[in-house]
Unconditional design. Structure first.
Length: 296
């Protein structure tokens, strides 16, 4: 194959990937469209304590429920086949006992079925988890191959830095025409720590990863409150960065209350008392605003 042909094919591939990134939904939006009520993606990680899987994306789960899904790689490799196909475990067939440590008692006792779908990597797959409770309607599953492709795309494009920066760039240009950037830090650290109290997570490294996942879940929930040109982005250690544009100064206490209310499902009623919205000042330019959003 000639060099020009190779370059042309690479160009087409990059273009296709760019288009796909624009149309690929978030995990939350895809779960909603699919009619799911409780779902998660488990991803592998290696720490000084060993090899584990933990929830990196979740929909319809509390912070504590996300943390409880943390288990060893060995557990999952011994529980699921490596086939990229739907794998169902049902209470009717007495197949749920092995999962009792992954759920609070009230949830576990209400589970009817758990569906799993390994995807993306044959040797060390990510695992999609779908939970059906007794009172839920029957879940309509897409073909495994179709769901696996969508999940792979969601994971690959979730943290695409260029896409995130491009969105910020456009919004901030518009926002600076309204006012200076009003910078805020939404601190969820205390609330997350209280939610995870009593959940055994092996080692500080893994706990930090779980906290980061919960923080990302919180950012996904609160993001619709900050419509364009306003921006929000996940920070570190239980922080969400927020940038607002308004001619008049915001009522910070009222804003913090509304934000906390949206997080009750994830962080419990304590969120209304333990969520802090801290002013980080004003910024007159785009570079400083983007640095604030992206620096951890």
């Amino acid at each position: 194959m000639e060099t020009s042909e190779i370059s042309e094919k690479r160009g087409l591939l990059q273009k296709a990937q760019s288009v796909l990134a624009d149309v690929t939904p978030t995990f939350t939006n895809w779960s909603k469209r699919s009619g799911f009520i409780r779902a998660a993606i488990l991803s592998p990680c290696s720490t000084s304590e060993g090899d584990f899987y933990y929830a990196t994306d979740a929909y319809g789960l509390s912070a504590r429920e996300m943390a409880l899904l943390t288990e060893t790689k060995e557990f999952w490799m011994n529980t699921l086949s490596k086939a990229f196909e739907w794998q169902c475990f049902s209470r009717d067939f007495n197949e749920l006992d092995k999962f009792d440590g992954l759920f609070e008692d009230d949830i576990y006792n209400s589970i009817n079925k758990i569906f799993f779908l390994p995807f993306k990597n044959k040797e060390e797959p990510l695992i999609f988890v779908l939970i059906e409770l007794d009172d839920d309607d029957d879940i309509n599953l897409a073909p495994a191959s179709e769901a696996a492709v969508m999940l792979k795309n969601i994971v690959e494009f979730k943290n695409q830095e260029k896409k995130i920066l491009a969105k910020f760039d456009k919004n901030i240009d518009t926002g600076l025409g309204i006012s200076e950037s009003r910078l805020y830090i939404l601190s969820l650290k205390v609330c997350i720590e209280n939610n995870l109290a009593g959940v055994e997570i092996p080692g500080d490294e893994l706990k930090s990863l779980v906290v980061q996942s919960v923080t990302e879940a919180a950012q996904t929930i609160v993001a619709p409150l900050f419509r364009a040109p306003n921006c929000s982005n996940t920070g570190k250690n239980g922080e969400v960065k927020v940038v607002l544009f308004a001619k008049d100064e915001e009522d910070e206490q009222l804003l913090a209350y509304h934000v906390a209310r949206t997080l009750i499902g994830l962080l419990g009623t304590g969120a209304t008392k333990e969520t802090l919205l801290l002013s980080a000042g004003l910024c007159p330019n785009k570079k400083g605003t983007i640095d604030f959003l992206c620096q951890n």
